[in-house]
Write a protein that binds this ligand. Structure first.
Ligand code: GCW
Length: 617
C-alpha cells in the first residue's frame, strides 16, 4: 500500500512507512530522521545519543550545522518527531530537556469486536470485524506512528461497553493475536490497554463478581498472570462499571474503591494501571423527580472515597459533570480528590459536537478546562478516539487536528491552542501564508460558531436523543437520562445554585461564588447554572430571549462565512472536496438548529425577534 493511499494529514511530511523490521524506538527514530531529511533534502547531521536514564524525555542541542538528540528509549523517538516537525514548519525545536507533563497519555477507542465503533464517525473499526481481529498491519504501523509523533503512549483498543465477544481479548484464544498487535505498537513506544467486563468471572464458572470475595480476587490475579504472559508491557485495564447498565460492585453492596483496588492488586505485580471511569449516574431517572440532579452524581459517588484507592488506580473523569456537551463547567470531582490519581477524559469523537461533519477544533476548549483545573491535580489524560477505517482516519480531514493537538496537550498542557492548530495546518497543508492564517482562524473559531448555532448560553441536551446530531428541543425532556432544561412559556434552565439543586456547592468557595452570582457567572454557562426568565436582561443589555435568537442567527451566519473562507483555500485533493462536501452538510445542520430552536422558543414565549428576522411560527 502506498503512503499516498492514505491521507495522513500531519504525517504527510513523512515519507513511506517505517520498515516493518524496526524493533525499537531507536530504530524507528533513526529511520524516520534519515527518511525525513532525505525527503526534505536537508543534509544536516543529526547524532542520536540514547540515554536510558531519560526514559520518555529528550533533549535537542545544536551542534555546528546539526543537532545532537539525547533521549531515553522512547524519548529519542519523540525528539526525532519534534525535530522533523520543526524542520518542516520552519520553527525552532524546543530547547532544554523536554519531559512529558503526564506519564499516561491515552487514546480510548470505543471499537466493538463486530466492527462498529460506538460514537464513531469515520468508518468501521481499524482493529476488528465480524467478531474477530481484522487489521491491516501497514495501517497499524501508521497509526502507531501518528500516536508516537504527538507523544500518545497508550491505546485502549476496545469499547468501554464490552460487548460479546470483546471479553475474549483477555482469554487464551485471543491473547496470541493481542500480543501480535502489541508488537506492532511497541517500537513506537505505544502500549496497549484493554477494556474489561467487570462481571467477566461470571462467564467463567464463578457465581459472583463481588470484589471482596477471595475467589473473585484470585480469579483476576490468575487472569492477569495469563494476560501478562502474552503482553508483558500491557498498560493495564480500563473499566466502566455501574454505569449505563454495565455491571459493577454496587450489585454486591460494595464501593468503587473495593472494586477498583481488587482489580488493581491483580495488575500491580506487572506494573499495570487500573483505569476506572467515573461516569456513574442514574440513567433511569424519572423526569418528575426534581431531587436528583445528574451532574451532581459523580462527585457524590467518588469524592467521599478520596484517599482510598491503591497507587496504581487512576480514576478517569470526563471534563464536565454531564457528558461531553459543547459547553460544561469543569467537573467538580476533578477538583475534589487531592489524594487520588486522576485522568482527565476528553472526547475527540464528535458525539455532541458535529459528528466530524461540522468543523470543531477542540484545543481552545481544553485550554478553558485548564483555566479552572490546576494542572497538577491530574496525573494523566485520556481521549475518546475519533479514528476509523476511512482513508484519512478521521472522516473530516480537519478532525485530525484534534488527535494531533490532544497528544501534544497531554505532553504539555501549557501549549498554546493557536500554536497547535497552526503547526497542524502547516504540517498538513503547505498553504500560502494568507490562506494558512485563514484556516487557522477558521479552526480556532469553529467551536464558538458551533456552540452558537446549537447550544449557546449553557443550553444542553436539545439534541436528537439517539444519534446526537441535529436539534430536538424536547428530545430528552421526559426521558430517563436526567437531562432536562424545563423550558416553559416564561423561563428556561435549571437552578443549580444553593437555593436550587445545590450543585454549585460541590465547588470550592471561589468557583461556587462565581457561578452562583448572576453577575459573575459567564454568559456561556448562565443556563447551565440558573433558571432565567426570557425577559432577564443580560450584561450587554439584551434580554435572554433576544440572545437566544441572536446567537442562533449569528452562529448560522458565521458558519456561512466559514464556508466562504473554505472555498478560497487551495487544499490538496481529496481533502478539498471532502471538506466542501461536509461543509454543505454543516450549513444544512446549522440552519436546522437555528430554525428549530428559534421556533421552539418563539412558540413558547410568544416574543418576536427584535430585529424582525424570520422565525417560523
Ligand atoms: O455519552 C455517552 C455515550 C455512550 C458512551 C458513554 C460513556 C461508551 O452516548 O455511547 O458509551 O457516554 O462515556 O461511557
Amino acid at each position: 500500500m502506498k503512503h499516498s493511499d492514505h491521507s495522513l494529514t500531519w504525517l504527510t511530511c513523512l515519507p513511506e512507512a517505517v520498515p516493518a523490521q524496526a524493533v525499537t524506538p531507536l530504530d524507528v527514530a533513526r529511520a524516520e530522521i534519515n527518511q525525513a531529511l532525505a525527503v526534505m533534502q536537508h543534509s544536516i547531521p543529526v547524532v542520536l545519543r540514547p540515554d536510558s536514564t531519560l526514559s520518555e524525555s529528550f533533549c535537542l542541542e545544536r551542534e555546528g550545522e546539526g543537532y545532537i538528540l539525547t533521549g531515553g528509549s522512547t524519548g529519542i523517538l519523540y525528539g526525532a518527531y519534534r525535530l522533523i516537525m520543526s524542520l518542516k514548519t520552519g520553527g525552532t525545536p524546543p530547547s532544554g530537556v523536554q519531559q512529558p507533563r503526564y506519564a499516561l497519555r491515552m487514546l480510548n477507542c470505543w471499537d466493538n469486536a463486530e466492527g462498529t465503533i460506538e460514537r464513531g464517525y469515520s468508518g468501521r473499526s481499524l482493529f476488528f470485524e465480524d467478531g474477530r481481529f481484522d487489521y491491516d498491519p501497514v495501517r497499524m504501523r501508521q497509526l502507531a506512528r501518528m500516536l508516537a509523533s504527538v507523544g500518545v503512549n497508550v491505546i485502549c483498543i476496545n469499547n468501554v461497553n464490552v460487548h460479546d465477544p470483546a471479553h475474549k481479548l483477555i482469554e487464551e484464544d485471543w491473547l496470541p493475536q493481542l500480543s501480535d498487535l502489541a508488537a506492532i505498537f511497541r517500537p513506537y513506544g505505544v502500549r496497549l490497554m484493554v477494556s474489561i467486563d467487570y462481571a467477566h468471572p461470571l462467564r467463567c464458572g464463578l457465581d459472583t463478581a463481588d470484589p471482596l470475595d477471595p475467589r473473585v480476587a484470585d480469579w483476576w490475579k490468575t487472569r492477569a498472570q495469563l494476560v501478562y504472559r502474552y503482553i508483558p508491557d500491557l498498560a493495564g485495564f480500563l473499566v466502566k462499571a455501574d454505569s449505563e447498565h454495565r455491571p459493577g460492585p454496587f450489585t454486591y453492596g460494595r464501593t468503587h474503591a473495593d472494586g477498583a483496588n481488587m482489580l488493581a492488586r491483580a495488575l500491580a505485580p506487572f506494573g499495570g494501571a487500573l483505569v476506572w471511569r467515573c461516569f456513574v449516574y442514574n440513567c433511569l431517572q424519572d423526569w418528575r423527580d426534581t431531587k436528583t440532579d445528574r451532574p451532581m452524581a459523580a462527585y457524590k459517588h467518588y469524592a467521599c472515597l478520596d484517599g482510598q484507592f491503591d497507587r496504581n488506580v487512576i480514576l478517569q473523569i470526563k471534563n464536565g459533570p454531564f457528558d461531553f456537551q459543547v459547553r460544561e463547567p469543569v467537573s467538580p470531582l476533578l477538583l475534589a480528590m487531592a489524594h487520588t490519581n486522576m485522568a482527565l477524559e476528553v472526547q475527540l469523537a464528535q458525539e455532541y459536537t458535529g459528528h466530524q461533519i461540522d468543523i470543531y477544533a477542540m484545543p481552545p476548549m481544553w485550554k478553558e478546562i485548564f483555566d479552572d483545573l490546576p494542572k497538577e491535580r491530574i496525573t494523566a489524560m485520556a481521549a475518546v478516539g475519533n479514528l476509523g477505517r476511512d482513508m484519512n482516519y478521521t472522516g473530516h480531514p480537519f478532525a485530525a487536528v484534534n488527535l494531533f493537538a490532544f497528544g501534544l496537550t497531554a505532553w504539555n498542557p501549557d501549549t498554546d491552542p493557536a500554536a497547535l492548530i497552526r503547526t497542524w495546518c502547516r504540517l498538513s497543508y503547505a498553504l500560502p501564508a494568507a490562506q494558512e492564517d485563514a484556516l487557522v482562524s477558521l479552526l480556532l473559531g469553529s467551536r464558538g460558531v458551533y456552540e452558537k448555532y446549537t447550544a449557546p448560553l449553557g443550553l444542553c441536551w436539545m439534541v436528537e436523543p439517539h444519534g446526537h446530531y441535529g436539534p430536538s428541543p424536547m428530545g430528552y425532556e421526559y426521558a430517563l437520562w436526567g437531562t432536562y432544561h424545563k423550558a416553559n412559556r416564561d423561563a428556561v434552565g435549571i437552578d443549580r445554585t444553593a437555593s436550587g439543586t445545590g450543585y454549585t456547592r460541590q465547588y470550592d468557595k471561589t468557583l461556587c461564588d462565581k457561578y452562583e452570582n448572576l453577575n459573575t457567572c459567564p454568559d456561556n454557562l448562565k443556563l447551565f447554572f440558573h433558571r432565567l426568565r426570557y425577559d432577564y436582561v443580560m450584561a450587554d443589555g439584551r434580554t435572554l430571549i433576544q440572545r437566544i435568537y441572536d446567537d442562533h442567527f449569528e452562529g448560522c451566519e458565521e458558519a456561512e462565512a466559514m464556508a466562504r473562507v473554505l472555498e478560497t483555500l487551495d487544499l490538496p485533493e481529496p481533502d478539498r472536496s471532502e471538506a466542501a462536501r461536509r461543509m454543505a452538510l454543516q450549513l444544512k445542520n446549522a440552519r436546522e438548529w437555528r430554525d428549530v430552536t428559534n421556533t421552539f422558543f418563539y412558540r413558547l414565549s410568544g416574543v418576536s425577534d427584535a430585529k424582525g428576522r424570520r422565525i417560523y411560527d
